[in-house]
Design a protein around this ligand. Structure first.
Ligand code: CO
Length: 433
């Protein structure tokens, strides 16, 4: 089971690739891709379908035996994006000696120092000329070799480097792309690489490339480590490990009375306020279209929402053996201790005593341990999908996630056992009527 997660992580360096891989696995599992531009048509028990938005979010549905108005829906949501660096337009910066570096901007909140001195590459989507100006076409790109590096300054120039370093997002984190060998390459190095890579898929000329959304990605594969291989080392565990656990559960579940929903949103790391993010009404439109197809009345949708339950799955913070003082004295989840329910008095998390009881009950039924997380009261902490989604769809639900170390590092640490627990409880949640 863990190898499936590791290979998903390796083939999903950014949101676009993650959504493509999830879509492919849904198709292999018998799900039909629907075009949201077309009428939804009739919907019957056992139907499996999915839609994508912006190539970076994906929503899968398995229609229950009972209409949603009667049995509600069981939804797991997670996010496809992770902190990284976005390549700016006109990114090439030609330096002395023909060295070319790339101009980037920060996406989300990475621990920037963890991106230094490791082989990086480019991944994302490239927009190429289509049938007319309003309809360009999209090609995905993942250059599978070490291509770039953000190099540190030698300690000899900065003797205080181990006492903490302030990093500039404009100066310190620009990766080196290469060294030009002739003036002809000046300004064309990046485009040449993109064209070469796209031509492995189909013939594309440089003049047909209109724009791109490209990001930096780690080239080192995900792996397990530890005396018993009990830990996972990978980028993007937050939140691709939760996306994948949800997908495994969706594929393993069968038709139940209740409709099953898997919602993978983009842009959680930048606040979710995009058309493909959790702040968008897109998912509620889809649910409303399903309810209308079943019952021909908007009333059905509102009933479905009232009967629904959401698991908002986003990783939590595991107790760190070097920094015990940062954690709440009585609630600090351990790696390998099972899924974590997240609470926050200021309601940054959707969990309350009712939804937590439901989730803890699901864990108990699945034979899975479960833990609770609350911030140390002097530490601000983060937020996630659940409460943002609840403001557009007033769902009963819980915020949870598996505990990891070094959240937002280029390499996070997770637990093999927790992944297995999570798939188990998600699968039984979908099967639960
Ligand atoms: Co997250």
């Amino acid at each position: 089971m863990i190898n499936r997660l590791l290979s998903f992580l390796d083939s999903s360096p950014v949101n676009f690739l993650a959504v493509k891989n999830i879509s492919d696995m849904l198709v292999a599992g018998g799900f039909r891709q629907l075009d949201p531009c077309q009428p939804l048509g009739a919907v019957k028990a056992g139907d499996r379908f999915f839609v994508t938005k912006n190539d970076s979010s994906v929503f899968a549905f398995r229609i229950g035996r009972k209409p949603m108005a009667e049995a509600g829906f069981h939804m797991i949501c997670a996010h496809s994006d992770s902190p990284t660096f976005r390549i700016k337009p006109n990114a090439e910066m030609l330096c002395e000696g023909g060295i070319v570096k790339l101009n980037t901007e920060v996406y989300g909140g990475p621990i920037m120092s963890t991106w230094f001195d490791r082989p990086l590459t480019l991944a994302g989507r490239v927009i190429v000329r289509g049938k007319d100006v309003m309809h360009p076409s999209t090609m995905l790109l993942h250059i599978k070799r070490p291509l770039l590096q953000i190099s540190n300054l030698a300690i000899h120039f900065n003797r205080q480097v181990n006492d903490g370093v302030k990093l500039s997002r404009q100066k310190d984190v620009l990766p080196i792309l290469g060294q030009i060998t002739s003036q002809l390459e000046a300004g064309n190095l990046l485009m040449g690489l993109i064209v070469e890579e796209l031509n492995k898929q189909r013939p594309v000329k440089a003049e047909d490339i209109l724009d791109f959304d490209l990001y930096l990605a780690d080239t080192a594969p995900a792996c397990t480590f530890g005396a018993h291989n009990e830990f996972i080392s990978s980028g993007r565990l937050d939140d691709l490990s939760m996306c994948f656990a949800g997908l495994e559960a969706m594929l393993a579940a069968d038709t139940a009375d209740t409709t099953q929903v898997l919602a993978i949103f983009d842009n959680e790391e930048t606040g979710s306020q995009t058309k493909q993010g959790a702040g968008s009404p897109f998912l509620s439109y889809m649910l409303k279209r399903i309810a209308l197809a079943q019952s021909n009345t908007e009333e059905a949708y509102y009933q479905a929402v009232e009967r629904a339950f959401m698991i908002s799955a986003d990783n939590a913070h595991a107790w760190h053996p070097n920094y015990a003082e940062k954690y709440d004295p009585t609630n600090h989840p351990m790696l390998g201790g099972g899924p974590v329910i997240k609470f926050n008095a200021a309601q940054k998390y959707a969990s309350d005593a009712v939804s937590a009881s439901v989730f803890a009950g699901l864990c108990a039924k699945a034979g899975v341990p479960c833990q609770r997380f609350v911030n140390h009261s002097d530490v601000a902490g983060g937020s996630t999908l659940g409460n943002i989604l609840a403001s557009s769809i007033p769902l009963r639900g819980v915020d949870m996630g598996n505990a990891i170390l070094a959240m937002h590092s280029c390499r996070e640490t997770g637990s093999v056992r927790d992944h297995e627990y999570c798939v188990k409880v998600f699968t039984s949640f979908y099967k639960e009527c």
